[in-house]
Ligand binder design. Sequence first.
Ligand code: HEM
Length: 225
Amino acid sequence: MQMLQSSIGRKLVMAATGLCLVGFVIVHLLGNSSIFIGADGINAYAEHLHSLGPLVWVFRIVLLGLFGLHIFFGIQLTLENSAARPIDYVEKQNIRTSFGAETMIYTGLAILAFVVYHLLHFTMHVTNPEISVGVLPLDALGRNDVFTMVVLSFQKFFISAIYAGAMVALLLHLSHGIQSLFQTLGLLNGKTLPVMEKIGRAVAVVAFIGFVSIPVSILLGLIKV
Ligand code: HEM
């Protein structure tokens, strides 16, 4: 508790939760990429996840806790930082920073808005019930037809555009966030910092291309029902 009252303690929580969330994003990307195998790929993957039963709920609660802590301390640290510096720097040129670093709070909030929309869309089937509820709930093998739901969704340009915009926010957030979390965890020195900066950016770019390639492939008709 005392640790959480210090700003370094809160930064450590952000770094640890951020690292777990990056892990989730990578696993989710690998799982989603099974859509390139076709309906059998992604429907079997979703079926496998759902067959884990109560474990899925344990996983969801842990994930919610990670998101909650990361967002709470992220907002708190941003407010503290701006309160400590009520007047903005007149001259910023000497400070080594990047667009990704300066926009962390905005890209973070954009990702939060996206995740809420994403859950309403694919998990709770609220935003486009004509696609996900009742019409094609099961595939020929009696599995949840996640493939058809995703393809029919991304065939709508507006939905694909929302996802692409959110992936730009994710790209910026990860490109700074990954190297920043390793720095907070004390794993970087003068030599390793530039290497981690490159690795962080590379992971961010791979995640961006990987996620965006799904709606783009569907819009181009490369993946269809
Ligand atoms: C093209 C990009 C994406 C696609 C096609 C996609 C697809 C899906 C699908 C189909 C589900 C529902 C799984 C099910 O209930 O069977 C899901 C759940 C989820 N997605 Fe994504 N996703 C994408 C990007 C993302 C990103 C970038 C994030 C996070 C930053 C994310 C976070 C989540 C979360 C938190 C869940 C809920 C997991 C659960 O219910 O246990 N997704 N996604």
